[in-house]
Ligand binder design. Structure first.
Ligand code: COA
Length: 280
């Protein structure tokens, strides 16, 4: 096996088209806008060929303040695999992330690489998608107002374990947010935005599965027949319900973290749907 001798370059907007070619080759659904949002919130690297004209590898690190970061968009061109480039990209962003706890969602292909770099499984992410059907709009969910954003950031921090303010503000800008609760207090929220083949609902954060379903139903109702995606770590609580509403279970991935710090199971709020596999 010939080892890769490619040098890495900072990932910049001019690399987005080349990155899109790689995600399409890997059969990922990302549009250029999805890559743009990821790059806006992240820093990372590309590997270019010897002429510096073709993107042969990508990686991004999305920091959530100083505590946590996700590693995402890890792709190596089919023609350049198994020569150490995936490891080279990973080692570069691990250095970039500094002391942050790192999280990622692994495909089967990425799993051995992440295990070798000290990541451990923390859960299973189940991807549901399809055209929503027979969903009744809940009565306890309303559109979020600008003044709700700080409570939304706090709820998300409680569930996720890090401050994802930049992500939530960016999602609110390109999509929309809804909240569950009463006049005094918000006890959950959900976001919807365009992504891939249609729209994605997430994050969905709530105190219990009934509120999680109500938040999902708020966006699914009125989208009869339109393609919607939900990535959930809470498939035992949501899987059958999502399938019943037209969102079939299509794939499963592995949530990983480094180092393997146990999260408190006493958090009062749960992330019922991820913002995306990239953002967690
Ligand atoms: C995952 C991916 C980025 C790996 O890229 P790559 O350049 O082939 O990776 P490397 O050559 O650096 O190999 C990584 C390590 O995993 C090991 N590895 C790979 N497949 C393995 C397997 N099936 N069993 C055991 N080890 C394996 C390699 O031996 C290597 O170990 P080493 O660094 O100790 O020698 C690439 O396969 C890819 O782009 N896949 C499609 C997109 C994808 O799924 N990305 C992951 C998203 S989470």
């Amino acid at each position: 096996m010939t080892r890769s001798t490619l040098s890495l370059t900072a990932f910049r907007p001019e690399h987005l088209e080349g990155a899109l070619r790689l995600s399409r080759q890997a059969k990922w659904p990302h549009r250029i806008e999805d890559w743009q949002l990821a790059l806006e919130l992240s820093t990372g690297f590309v590997a270019l060929d010897a002429n510096a004209s073709t993107v042969l590898g990508t990686i991004l690190m999305t920091p959530y303040k100083r505590d946590v970061a996700t590693i995402n968009m890890v792709i190596v061109d089919e023609a350049a695999r198994e020569r150490g480039l995936g490891r080279q990209l990973m080692e570069a962003v691990i250095a970039l992330a500094g002391p942050r706890t790192l999280r990622l969602v692994a495909t089967g292909e990425g799993l051995p690489l992440y295990q070798k770099l000290g990541f451990s499984q923390t859960g299973t992410i189940v991807q549901h998608q399809g055209p929503a059907s027979h969903v009744t709009a809940p009565i306890n969910v309303r559109p979020a107002e600008p003044r709700d954003i700080s409570e939304i950031i706090d709820l998300d921090r409680s569930a996720y374990g890090a401050n994802r303010e930049d992500l939530l503000r960016a999602v609110a800008k390109v999509g929309c947010l809804a909240v569950v609760g009463n006049d005094q207090e918000i006890t959950g929220f959900a976001a919807l935005r365009d992504f891939g083949r249609g729209e994605v609902i997430g994050p969905v954060v709530a105190a219990n599965a009934d509120d999680g379903k109500a938040l999902l139903a708020y966006f699914m109702a009125g989208r009869e027949g339109r393609f919607v995606r939900v990535d959930t770590a809470e498939a035992p609580q949501l899987g059958a319900w999502l399938t019943d509403k037209g969102l079939a279970r299509v794939d499963e991935s592995i949530a990983m973290q480094r180092p393997a710090v146990a999260r408190s199971s006493r958090a009062p709020f749960t992330t019922f749907a991820l913002a995306s596999q990239a953002f967690g």
